[in-house]
Design a binder for this molecule. Structure first.
Ligand code: 5RP
Length: 364
């Protein structure tokens, strides 16, 4: 094997113990803003020091990862379908080898969809990608993707898919854990890494990690079961204790609980705020066109000085119990030109004396 290729693989599968802990954060490429990955930088930053490598898209790499931090990148280079589209398997290669090199990728990742409508397209794309990447000494990780049938594939299917990926020249294969997992590993001539899958209780995810390693996987490429955990840092450290530290499930879960107790607040990635939350039915709160702001119970919403929003008594604006909405004294609510602000029938909108409410020229 060429030196460059071997060296890059060694960044991902650590030669000291032949194990790998990869953090998967590429979900947005077909799922959009996945829960707890809405703001990728917030999710990724606290976990970076605890994983060996990061699997992501070039968009998230460029916008959300500090280039000065020396983390090996497994760059997803396939895409083209979405969770609301007609067929998840209809993927193509979306990133050029030049851009992957510019991003200093340690490996390229793409999915194959064995048994699907676009099986041939994805498998041929894998073969082509391997040929191109090997010219530059870059390894390829093939994901045996299952689309919406996650958790439904058995050892017979996964052995078939992993073997096909390896036959096309993939240097590492990522697949799912299943009963008789050893059969999948034994019939695949390249290292196997296991995806975490949908969020399950922490102890079960640690069990999946332990069984995968015991079954012969070199490690895990885990996403949701780490960053959707209430304590992502505690969770990744517990996973790490299995992958690199030879802990069993009990040891790892005890460690998880201990770390949660020691650092409950710091470890917790608070629910991330996203824009365009839809006001709930029946609230009668009229946000400006395009804002769609919906304060939730306990949010302590306080419009900032200068925001000029002032709901009036009788406007039917009803913050939920416990929201403490307190528009500040002296705010001058002024709908902007073109907003078409129209208090609804029965709202009795009457700016108070001294509030300077002045619909601008052009407002209906
Ligand atoms: C999707 C992927 C994901 O990276 C993979 O599923 C790992 O994430 P998770 O542990 O959340 O399943 O490759 O095709």
């Amino acid at each position: 094997m060429d030196w460059g290729l071997q060296n890059r693989i060694s960044r991902i599968i650590k030669p000291t113990d032949n194990r790998a802990l990869m953090l998967a954060v590429d979900h947005g490429y077909f799922l959009g803003p996945t829960e707890k990955l809405e703001v990728p930088r917030k999710t990724i930053s606290p976990l970076l020091t605890h994983c060996d490598s990061l699997m992501l898209t070039r968009g998230v790499q460029r916008t959300s990862v500090n280039p000065k931090f020396p983390i090996p990148i497994v760059l997803r280079v396939s895409g083209g379908s979405s969770i609301i589209g007609t067929d998840l398997s209809n993927e193509e290669i979306t990133v050029s080898i030049k851009d992957a090199i510019r991003l200093n990728a340690s490996a390229l990742a793409m999915s194959i969809f064995v048994g699907s409508k676009y099986e041939k397209q994805t498998i041929v794309n894998l073969g082509k990608l391997v040929s191109e990447a090997e010219e530059f000494g870059i390894p390829v990780l093939a994901v045996t993707a299952v689309g919406k049938e996650i958790g439904q594939k058995d050892a017979r299917y996964l052995s078939l898919a992993c073997r096909i990926a390896a036959e096309q020249g993939a240097h590492i294969v990522k697949t799912y854990y299943c009963d008789n997992f050893e059969k999948v590993v034994d019939s695949c001539p390249v290292p196997i890494i296991v995806a975490g899958g949908k969020k399950i209780p922490e102890r079960n995810a640690l069990e999946l990690t332990y069984n995968s390693i015991k079954g012969g996987a070199v490690g895990v490429d885990m996403g949701r079961n780490i960053w959707q955990s209430d304590n992502p840092i505690s969770m990744i450290r517990a996973v790490r204790s299995i992958v690199h530290g030879n802990s069993n499930v009990n040891d790892a879960f005890t460690l998880y609980q201990k770390l949660c107790k020691e650092n409950p607040v710091k470890n917790s990635l608070k629910k991330q705020k996203i824009k365009n939350i839809q006001p709930k039915k029946g609230n009668n709160f009229q946000p400006k066109k395009g804002n769609n702001f919906q304060p939730k119970k306990g949010n302590n919403f306080q419009p900032k000085k200068g925001n000029n929003f002032q709901p009036k008594k009788g406007n039917n604006f009803q913050p939920k119990k416990g929201n403490n909405i307190q528009p500040k004294k002296g705010n001058n609510f002024q709908p902007k030109k073109g907003n078409n602000f129209q208090p609804k029938k029965g709202n009795n909108f009457q700016p108070k004396k001294g509030n300077n409410f002045q619909p601008k020229k052009g407002n209906i």
